[in-house]
Design a protein around this ligand. Structure first.
Ligand code: GLC
Length: 751
C-alpha cells in the first residue's frame, strides 16, 4: 500500500510534544522578578474587575439580578425569547448555534436596560463541524499538547459562530465502562485525567471560549454504572481520585463549574453546600460561578430533598448553585423566596457578582458588540483531527506481526457494514449544521492498494451498528477467497454518552457470529473495534490475530485506520481504561488495592472461581509496529525527605524494531507499607517519545514528595515516610523497577 503525505506541522506537533511543551514553558516561564510584577498586576486587575462588578450590581433591579442567573435553552418562538432577553429576564443562553441567531440574541441583550451581553453556551466537546475523535479516544493518545490543539481547533470553529462558553471539559473519572459517559472523559486514572483536563481547558480558552468544567463531583462513580444513579465515595477516595482533574481544570483557568446530577453520600450535589461552597470555593478558592446541570434544581424533588420547586430553588442557591440551567426555578420562585426572607439578598448578590465577574473577565463588556473571530481553515482542523485519530489507535494484539498488511498479501477481504458507510460515529455536532465529508474506510483502503493487491467487501451484518444479522455465509465465502480478512465491528455506534448505560459490553450476536464464521475459514483475521468505551472482547479475542481499537475516530478517523493498516503510521495509542474479560469483574481498575490475599493460583486468594481475575487488556496497554525494550531505571537518590523532597527517575528504552514509531513511556509507583493500604500501582508520569530504529533514549521524570502522598478521611494530604517501588514501561503491567525511601516525619497538608 502506498504512503500518503501530510503537512509537516502536524507530525511536528505529534512527535515533538515534549519540545512543544518545553517551548511553551520557556515562553510562559517566569522569574521571581516577573512573578512579583505579575502579582502586582493581578491584584490591580482584580481590584478593577471587582469595582466594575460592583458598579453594575448596584444598578440592577431584583428582577434583573434573577435574570442574570437564568440560563435558557434556544426554543420557539424565538421572538418570545428575544423579548425576555431584552427585558432582562435571561442572562445566559445555550444551544443557539447559527451566527445570525447569536447576533440577534446579543443585540437584544445590548438593547436591554443595562445592556449586559449574554454568555452563549454550547456543548462544544470534540466537534462543532469537523469531528475530532471522542474524548476517550483523545485520552488514548496520552498526548496533552495534541489534545490541546484538537480542543482549540473545535473551539475556534465554535467561537466563529459567536458562541463564547462551552460546557466542557467533562473530567469525571471514568472507572465503570457500563456508564455511557466514559466516552466523554479522560479515563480511569486521576493523573492522566488531570493532564487531559488542563490541556482541554487551555485549548478552549486559547480560542476564546470560557469553560464549564463538569460534572462536579463524582458523577462517574454511579452505582452499577447506571446513569444518574447514587454515588457513595469515601472522603479519601474523593480527594485521591475524583477531585484532582477538577483541581487541574480550575488551575488551568476554568471560569465556571457545572454541578453534577447525582447524590454523593446521600446528598444531591445541587443542594450540598459542603461541596459547592465549603470545598469548591473556600478550600479550592474557586471565584467563578457554578451552573446547575439541565433542570437539576427541579430534580431535587425527584431526589426527595425538596417538596416543591420553591424549596428546590432555595436549597440550590443557598448551597452554591449560582445559575439555573433550564430549571425555570429561579425565574419562577427566587423573587418569592427573597420576599419571604428565606433567601437573603446578599446571597443573590454574591451569585450575580460571580456571573458578572466571568462576563467582564472574558471581555464581554469591553466591546459594544462581541466580535466573532473568523473560522479556521477546514484543512487545518482536518489536519489536527487526522493526527489525533492516528495517535488514538490502540493495537491490542498483533500475533506474528500480521499488521501492517504486507505487500505480499494479494487478496484482502474487508467485512463489516460500517467500513463502507460514511456514518461518522463520533459526530454529535449541533443540530442544523452539516456534517463534513468523511472518507469511508473501504475507499481509504482502496486508495492504498499496491499493484496486484485486490480488496473485496461484504457487509456481514445488515445495519451500520451490527445489531441485525446479515449474509454471514457470503461474508465467510469472501474471506475464504482472500489471503487476509479485516472484520470491522462496532459497539455503541449510536448509543453512547449520556443516558447510555449498558449491562452487556460484549459484541452483538450478529457480529460475534460473523467473526466466528470468518475465523473458521482459517484466514488470518484483523479485528477493527469501533467503540466509545471498553469492550468485552473475550469471546472473539482468540479468533483474531490482530485487534485494533479505532474508537469513534472523528471525521478523519477512517483514513487514519487505513494509514495504520497500510503501515504508513504505527499505532501508538494506550488504553485510558482497563478492558475487562467480563462485566462481572466490574469495577476493575489497575490501581486496585492488594487485598488481604492478593490474587493468585491458590483458591483462597482474591480471585473468581469461574474466570481469570486479571483484565483482558490492562490500563496503559498498546502495542506498536516497532519493538521498545526498557533497559534501565535509575533514581537520582535512594531516599528523599517527606518535607519538600524531590527525586528524578531516569528511564532508558531502545527501539529494537525496524521502523520509527512513538512510545508512551509510563511511570508508576507503589508504597509497600503505610497507614492505609496503598494501590498496587499509581501512574505518576508519562511521556510520548518518537524513536528511530536502534535509537536509545533516556526519559527523566521528576517526583516530589507531595506526589507520593494520599488523602486521609478528613481529606488531608498525608506524605508518609516508607519504602517505594517505582516502575517504568509501556503499560501499567510494567516490570522494570527500582526502589527508594521517603524519610523523615509524616507531613500533613490541607491543600
Ligand atoms: C446535559 C448534560 C451536560 C450538558 C447539559 C447541557 O444533561 O448532563 O453535560 O452540558 O445537559 O446540554
Amino acid at each position: 500500500m502506498r504512503a500518503a503525505s501530510w503537512p509537516s506541522f502536524v507530525t511536528r506537533l505529534a512527535g515533538a510534544a515534549p519540545a512543544f511543551m518545553l517551548a511553551t514553558a520557556i515562553l510562559c516561564g517566569a522569574t521571581p522578578a516577573t512573578n512579583a510584577r505579575a502579582d502586582q498586576r493581578d491584584a490591580a486587575s482584580q481590584q478593577n474587575l471587582d469595582s466594575r462588578v460592583e458598579d453594575l450590581l448596584i444598578r440592577l433591579t431584583t428582577a434583573e439580578k434573577i435574570g442574570q442567573l437564568n440560563l435558557v435553552s434556544r426554543g420557539e418562538p424565538i421572538d418570545n425569547q428575544l423579548a425576555r432577553v431584552r427585558s432582562g429576564e435571561i442572562g445566559l443562553m445555550l444551544n443557539v448555534v447559527h451566527p445570525h441567531e447569536v447576533k440577534a440574541f446579543q443585540e437584544a441583550a445590548r438593547t436591554s436596560r443595562l445592556g449586559i451581553p449574554l454568555l452563549m453556551g454550547l456543548d462544544a466537546i470534540t466537534v462543532f463541524r469537523v469531528a475530532m475523535p471522542l474524548p476517550l479516544a483523545l485520552a488514548a493518545t496520552w498526548n496533552p499538547p495534541l489534545i490541546e490543539a484538537a480542543t482549540e481547533a473545535v473551539a475556534r470553529e465554535t467561537a466563529a459562530n459567536g458562541i463564547n462558553w462551552t460546557f466542557a471539559p467533562m473530567v469525571d473519572l471514568s472507572r465503570d465502562p457500563r456508564w455511557g459517559r466514559v466516552s466523554e472523559g479522560g479515563g480511569e486514572d486521576p493523573y492522566l485525567a488531570s493532564a487531559i483536563a488542563a490541556a482541554r481547558v487551555k485549548g478552549y480558552r486559547k480560542a476564546g471560549l470560557a469553560t464549564a468544567v463538569k460534572h462536579f463531583v463524582g458523577y462517574g462513580a454511579a452505582e452499577g454504572g447506571r446513569e444518574y444513579n447514587a454515588v457513595a465515595l469515601p472522603v479519601s477516595e474523593l480527594f485521591d481520585r475524583y477531585l484532582p482533574p477538577f483541581r487541574a481544570a480550575l488551575d488551568a483557568g476554568s471560569e465556571t463549574v457545572m454541578a453534577a446530577f447525582n447524590t454523593l453520600n446521600g446528598i444531591p450535589i445541587s443542594a450540598d453546600r459542603r461541596l459547592l461552597t465549603t470545598l469548591l470555593r473556600e478550600r479550592l478558592g474557586f471565584r467563578g460561578f457554578v451552573t446547575s446541570d439541565y433542570n437539576a434544581i427541579g430534580e431535587l424533588i425527584h431526589h426527595g430533598v425538596a417538596g416543591d420547586l420553591a424549596e428546590a430553588t432555595r436549597k440550590s442557591l443557598l448551597a452554591g448553585i449560582d445559575v439555573d440551567l433550564e430549571g425555570a426555578a429561579y425565574e419562577r420562585h427566587l423573587a418569592g423566596e427573597i420576599a419571604a426572607g428565606r433567601v437573603p439578598m446578599s446571597v443573590v448578590d454574591e451569585a450575580v457578582r460571580r456571573v458578572l465577574r466571568v462576563k467582564i473577565g472574558v471581555g464581554l463588556l469591553d466591546r459594544p458588540q462581541p466580535e466573532t473571530p473568523p473560522p479556521p481553515p477546514e484543512a487545518e482542523v482536518r489536519a489536527v483531527a487526522r493526527e489525533a485519530s492516528r495517535q488514538s489507535l490502540v493495537l491490542l494484539k498483533n500475533t506474528g506481526d500480521l499488521l501492517p498488511i504486507a505487500a505480499s498479501v494479494r487478496r484482502i477481504a474487508l467485512i463489516g457494514a460500517w467500513a463502507e458507510g460514511d456514518y461518522d460515529l463520533s459526530w454529535w455536532g449541533p443540530a442544523g449544521l452539516t456534517r463534513p465529508e468523511t472518507l469511508p474506510l473501504r475507499a481509504a483502503l482502496e486508495q492504498r492498494l499496491t499493484p496486484g493487491q485486490t480488496l473485496t467487501f461484504e457487509k456481514g451484518y445488515a445495519d451500520t451498528c451490527g445489531t441485525m444479522p446479515g449474509d454471514v455465509a457470503r461474508a465467510a465465502a469472501t474471506a475464504a477467497d482472500a489471503d487476509l480478512a479485516i472484520v470491522a465491528v462496532a459497539l455503541d455506534c449510536d448509543l453512547w454518552g449520556e443516558a447510555a448505560s449498558r449491562t452487556d459490553l460484549g459484541l452483538s450476536a450478529p457480529q460475534r457470529q460473523l467473526v466466528e464464521a470468518v475465523a473458521a475459514t482459517g484466514r488470518p483475521v484483523v479485528l477493527l473495534v469501533s467503540t466509545s468505551r471498553p469492550v468485552v472482547l473475550t469471546a472473539v479475542e482468540p479468533l483474531a490475530a490482530a485487534i485494533l481499537v479505532v474508537w469513534h475516530g472523528g471525521t478523519e478517523g477512517r483514513t487514519a485506520i487505513a494509514e495504520a493498516l497500510a503501515g504508513e503510521i504505527s499505532p501508538s495509542g494506550k488504553l485510558p481504561m482497563t478492558f475487562p474479560r467480563s462485566v462481572g469483574q466490574l469495577p476493575l481498575s489497575y490501581d486496585a488495592l492488594p487485598t488481604s490475599r492478593p490474587t493468585g493460583a491458590d483458591r483462597f486468594t482474591s480471585r473468581y472461581v469461574d474466570l481469570d481475575a486479571a483484565p483482558l487488556y490492562p490500563f496503559g496497554h498498546g502495542l506498536s509496529y516497532a519493538a521498545f525494550d526498557y533497559e534501565r531505571i535509575e533514581t537520582s537518590t535512594s531516599f528523599l525527605p517527606a518535607q519538600d523532597g524531590k527525586i528524578s527517575v531516569a528511564v532508558t528504552l531502545r527501539n529494537n524494531g525496524t521502523r520509527t514509531a512513538d512510545e508512551v513511556v509510563q511511570l508508576y509507583i507503589r508504597q509497600r507499607v503505610a497507614s492505609r493500604s496503598r494501590p498496587l500501582r499509581q501512574l505518576k508520569g508519562f511521556e510520548r517519545v518518537r524513536l528511530d530504529p536502534t535509537e536509545r533514549r533516556t526519559v527523566t521524570f521528576t517526583l516530589t514528595s507531595t506526589d507520593l502522598g494520599y488523602h486521609d478521611d478528613e481529606g488531608r494530604l498525608i506524605v508518609e515516610p516508607g519504602s517505594f517501588e517505582v516502575f517504568a514501561g509501556g503499560s501499567s503491567a510494567a516490570t522494570l523497577s527500582t526502589r527508594f525511601d521517603l524519610v523523615g516525619e509524616t507531613v500533613t497538608m490541607m491543600r
